[in-house]
Design a protein around this ligand. Structure first.
Ligand SMILES: [Zn+2]
Length: 485
């Protein structure tokens, strides 16, 4: 079946394989890491007010996109140093709350997935080919979980720091053969009547390339439509219908939002702020809600080997995790899932990071992303000028000898031994590793198994080893939405 942006009425029911997988997942019942861990975990679960076997009225699915284990450890240990506490996500481990395991993230055609296939696996219960959104190999359009939740009477939402039509949010909501078709994805969101969309991506709404503006459709759909942080935070409406697009492309890296030019922290909301509004608005629906929250730019920082970009976006994601956990802890009807879709470039702290190590602490002085730095660089500059720019953006004075590596790379006098080390950002990262004790193995997604945590009703279905497509059945069963699949 060919996908069409007109309607999802042609979306077929999932195959029997999917139903089997779903039943398999839901019948597993209590799954613990090991018998010795079971008792304290169960107790902790009860303390959190999450009764095993209960029904999840609400589901919050949080994704730190492209988060290798090293990114999780970096953010957690940075938080420990700076505030003497774990990240919110780290505290789930420290306190043994909820269930946790690892997840296999492969796609249908590759051990190394992209975000489109990874989010589709969660979103429809099938592994699809990289680049596709909820589309099978023969044109099958699998009904995505946001449509399932909508049909079950729940409010539905997507919150991200990428364009709201990017692969990860789309994987819960759309059907397209090519993830890049973001205009069609936005049209599908509106036609499918989802309630709440927040992130970047105004460029896919405005009049462009012969396509008319979608703003009249947004207004006809009864949405409140906001474009700035102020409009978002000052809104007094309480219903779920909200579209907030705070940038043409992706939202800025968190480190640039906080410190960059143009007072972005005043015009662009943080992921935690968007999440807070989303939870307040969606929870006004008496039948509950399904919300995906994505920290998208962790992945983009990893592609660039940008340590500051990675650290501050991971911390911003964790603030959103804190918002979600706080919401869930005040009630007993909300399943919170925290994970990533795949690793990226497997970074890690290395070189003997002693306690109080000044290299590690130097990350606290970073005031811009690699993008903010490379905008300042050009190949005519001397090593001394490069030293000055790096000091301005990263807060660290590197040696002229190290700066020479960057100058030579910009002038084309550099040949990488490994092709994934060929961009200028890879050389920048290697130079900065001398000062931050943090390095990278490449600049692409990885096949590593990733962290998976869940807390609240339905979380008892999380197995120690989960395959990404099993999350669909887990969520459907947790919320009792089988009838609408
Ligand atoms: Zn990526």
């Amino acid at each position: 079946m060919k996908n069409t942006s007109k309607s999802e009425s042609n979306t077929p029911k999932p195959s029997s394989v999917n139903r089997r997988d779903f039943l398999k997942t839901s019948s597993l019942g209590l799954a613990f890491l090991g018998s010795s861990a079971a008792a304290p975990l169960a107790r902790a679960q009860n303390i959190a007010g999450s009764v095993a076997g209960g029904r999840a009225k609400n589901i919050i699915f949080l994704v730190s996109d492209g988060m290798s284990a090293g990114a999780f450890s970096l953010a957690d240990q940075f938080k420990l140093w700076k505030e003497e506490r774990h990240t919110h996500w780290g505290m789930l481990y420290q306190q043994g709350r909820g269930r946790f395991g690892i997840m296999d993230t492969a796609s249908r055609n590759n051990r190394v997935t992209d975000s489109a296939a990874a989010s589709s696996a969660w979103g429809c219960g099938h592994r699809v080919d990289n680049g596709r959104i909820n589309m099978g190999p023969n044109g099958e359009a699998y009904k995505p979980i946001l449509a399932v939740a909508r049909d079950a009477g729940k409010a539905t939402g997507l919150v991200t720091t990428a364009t709201v039509t990017h692969a990860t949010p789309a994987g819960f909501a759309a059907n397209v053969d090519a993830r890049g078709d973001q205009r069609t994805i936005m049209e599908q969101y509106l036609e499918r009547d989802y309630d709440l969309l927040m992130g970047g991506g105004f460029r896919f709404v405005r009049e462009r390339g012969g396509n008319p503006s979608l703003v009249p459709k947004i207004e006809a759909g009864g949405y409140e439509y906001v474009r700035t942080r102020k409009e978002l935070l000052e809104s007094e409406r309480k219903d779920p219908r909200l579209i907030g697009l705070f940038s043409g492309p992706h939202l800025p890296f968190e480190v640039d939002r906080l410190h960059g030019d143009g007072n972005l922290h005043e015009t662009v909301p943080s992921l935690a702020e968007m999440s807070e509004v989303a939870l307040r608005r969606l929870s006004s629906n008496p039948n509950g809600f399904l919300l995906q929250i994505e920290g998208a730019r962790v992945d983009h920082a990893a592609h660039r080997n940008d340590t500051g970009g990675l650290l501050f976006d991971q911390l911003a994601f964790d603030d959103a995790v804190g918002v979600a956990l706080k919401f869930a802890e005040e009630r007993d009807d909300t399943l919170v899932i925290v994970t990533t879709d795949h690793g990226n470039a497997s970074p890690g702290m290395s070189n003997g990071v002693e306690l109080g190590n000044p290299n590690f602490l130097a990350m606290d002085r970073i005031r811009g992303s690699f993008d903010a730095l490379t905008r300042r660089l050009d190949k005519e500059q001397s090593a001394a000028e490069v030293v000055r720019h790096i000091d301005t953006v990263f807060g660290t004075e590197i040696s002229e000898e190290h700066a020479e590596h960057i100058v030579r790379h910009m002038r084309g006098e550099f040949e990488p031994a490994y092709s994934r080390h060929s961009p200028l950002t890879a050389t920048l990262a290697k130079v900065m590793a001398n000062y931050h004790d943090f390095g990278w193995i490449g600049n692409q997604h990885t096949a590593e198994y990733v962290y998976l945590n869940a807390i609240g009703p339905g979380s008892e279905r999380v197995k120690p080893f989960t395959k990404n497509y099993e999350m669909f059945g887990l969520m459907v069963a947790a919320a009792g939405m089988e009838r609408w699949v």
